[in-house]
Design a protein around this ligand. Structure first.
Ligand SMILES: Cc1cc2nc3c(=O)[nH]c(=O)nc-3n(C[C@H](O)[C@H](O)[C@H](O)COP(=O)(O)OP(=O)(O)OC[C@H]3O[C@@H](n4cnc5c(N)ncnc54)[C@H](O)[C@@H]3O)c2cc1C
Length: 435
């Protein structure tokens, strides 16, 4: 990418560049390179101040959604110390907090014409644990109980020695040269920093790569919601059945072309969608078999599909995925989840070929100790639907965690990864690399 395009993409706004001296971190700076997504009513300079460094870890994972959880567990299994920061009070991101319970894209169309499972590894492990608890349905697109998923993820953090900090929002980075030295977070303990040798951005919104100056694009999308209702009789065809008697998952597509980084907008939609969820549930009561319908749960996390998407070392495209391109640096496969447009016709999920994900798609162009996983890794717009499904997030998360651990243990740059070593670890962790 040339310099002009890079600067256009990262849009350094007036007054938005701040330097922050931080105690012993000589020549470090915190860099804010993105224009505000809300109208500003003027600018104020934030005074420089010292803040405490509350921890030092090998790998810091920002965001505890499907991608972050997979990254944290996988990195820890490589023998490095791991901390995970989560802005809410549970793990799972949209999977649990957004009540998006079906794990899609685990299957795709094999060359031999069969609808074949293509995602194993962490995805298989966590869904398997939920099946064992009787808290998941349907092996092809597992639909899980969100509370059981939160419980299992907490257990997995504990079992693997991951330090989880809840109610912490990562807000800024402190760079040392081109590397991230610390991540600054806001929490009840104040504004504090964590020092890390490598960072995985699993925030879903690129909250870290947008601060490091790595290139990205902003992709607006529908902002919708999922919610749970109870009291539905067994025979009624409505939504997706979930564990629990009479419990169903309902879906609202919401408004199209929305900015999920505009706090006024997401607050407006949160209120609007909650009202609709209440009203639709009341309306259900006039329907046969739904007389006892009640609103069981609305999502604490609004349904933002895409915001920032990384301009990675390599962008994986819909065309590549449809034509079966294979990569030397493959980190896993993904499948299909919905009907998508391709070359003027609609491809159903059963026609969707299994597609491969290259390592380059989770690597930012600039920062050597940063990996990116989940719904903001490097894919083109056509691939948006399948690239951000939960099983795909597990795949990119697992690889990002392993790669982050390798950058620590081998003093590597993410851009200069020992691919054979990474693939060896992935295979040991039951990831499918050939099909
Ligand atoms: C309405 C809707 C329906 C969907 N339906 C399905 C479906 O049926 N099946 C399917 O497979 N997929 C579905 N998806 C897509 C899927 O849910 C998401 O793409 C997936 O959960 C993304 O995972 P992630 O880990 O990348 O991000 P998220 O799930 O968004 O998790 C990111 C986590 O990071 C945390 N975080 C964010 N910023 C910070 C920060 N600065 N500091 C600390 N923590 C932070 C968040 O709180 C969150 O926990 C749907 C999405 C939507 C919106």
């Amino acid at each position: 990418m040339d310099r002009r395009k890079f600067l256009k993409n990262t849009a350094i706004g007036t007054g938005a560049l701040s330097l922050l001296g931080l105690g012993s971190v000589a020549q470090s700076c915190a860099v804010q390179r993105e224009r505000s997504h809300v109208p500003s009513q003027g600018w104020v300079n934030e005074p420089a101040r010292q803040i405490p460094v509350i921890g030092s870890v090998d790998v810091l994972v920002v965001g505890g959604g499907p991608a972050g959880v997979a990254a944290a567990v996988s990195a820890a299994r490589c023998g490095v110390s791991v901390m995970l920061l989560e802005r809410y009070a549970c793990l799972g991101g949209l999977w649990t907090g957004g009540i998006v319970t079906p794990v899609l894209s685990t299957h795709g169309l094999h060359k031999n014409g069969s609808w074949t499972k293509c995602v194993y590894g962490f995805s298989n492990e966590i869904c398997g644990r939920l099946f064992d608890l009787g808290m998941a349905f349907n092996p092809k697109d597992p639909s899980v109980d969100p509370e059981a998923a939160k419980y299992v993820m907490d257990l997995m953090m504990d079992e693997n020695g991951v330090q989880v900090l809840y109610n912490c929002t990562a807000s800024q980075v402190v760079m040392s040269g081109d590397r991230i030295d610390c991540v600054i977070l806001e929490c009840k303990s104040g504004r504090v920093a964590v020092r890390a040798k490598a960072v995985v951005d699993a925030s879903g919104d690129g909250d870290i790569f947008s601060r490091t100056g790595d290139p990205f694009r902003v992709q607006k999308n529908d902002i919708g919601a999922m919610w749970r209702v109870g009291g539905i009789e067994e025979s009624v065809k409505l939504g997706t059945k979930l564990p629990g008697k009479g419990v169903r998952l309902l879906h609202m597509k919401g408004e199209t072309d929305q900015d999920g980084l505009d706090v006024f907008n997401i607050s407006r939609l949160q209120q609007k969608h909650r009202k609709v969820m209440w009203e639709r549930t009341q309306e259900l009561r006039s329907r046969e078999g739904c007389r006892n319908a009640f609103l069981l749960e609305t999502p604490g996390q609004i349904g933002v599909r895409t915001t920032r998407v990384l301009e990675a070392m390599r962008t994986v495209t819909l065309e590549e995925s449809m034509t079966g391109v294979r990569y030397d640096d493959a980190i896993g496969f993904s499948g299909g989840s919905a009907t998508i447009p391709y070359k003027g016709r609609k491809i159903t999920k059963k026609e969707r070929p299994i597609w491969q994900i290259p390592y380059g798609a989770i690597v930012p162009q600039k920062t050597p100790n940063l990996l990116v996983a989940g719904r903001c890794f490097g894919f083109d717009e056509g691939l948006t639907w399948d690239a951000r499904e939960i099983a795909t997030c597990f795949v990119t998360g697992q690889a990002a965690g392993d790669a982050a651990a390798l950058t620590v243990t081998r003093s590597n740059k993410a851009q200069d990864m020992d691919i054979a070593a990474l693939q060896e670890i992935l295979k040991k962790q039951n990831t499918l690399l050939e099909i």
